[in-house]
Design a protein around this ligand. Structure first.
Ligand SMILES: [Zn+2]
Length: 69
């Protein structure tokens, strides 16, 4: 990852679909995981090299409740 994180990453909530880039619609890949920590978040990066969008993906409590039913 050579992108300079000069500003905070946007945060998106997880849902039951694979995460896709909100700008170009490409699939994103997980480049870092803090899922096992209290943060419960991943860093996702767009697979479209021309886009390179990077963001946090965070667990949604509502989504967690759905899974526990
Ligand atoms: Zn993209």
């Amino acid at each position: 990852m050579n992108q300079q994180l000069s500003q905070p990453l946007e945060i998106f909530l997880m849902n039951d679909q694979p995460f896709t880039c909100p700008y170009c619609g490409s699939r994103c890949e997980e480049i870092a995981s803090f899922y096992h920590t209290n943060a419960k978040s991943l860093i996702e990066k767009c697979l479209n090299k021309d886009c390179g969008f990077t963001c946090y993906e965070e667990e949604d409590e509502y989504f967690l409740k759905l899974w526990k039913q």
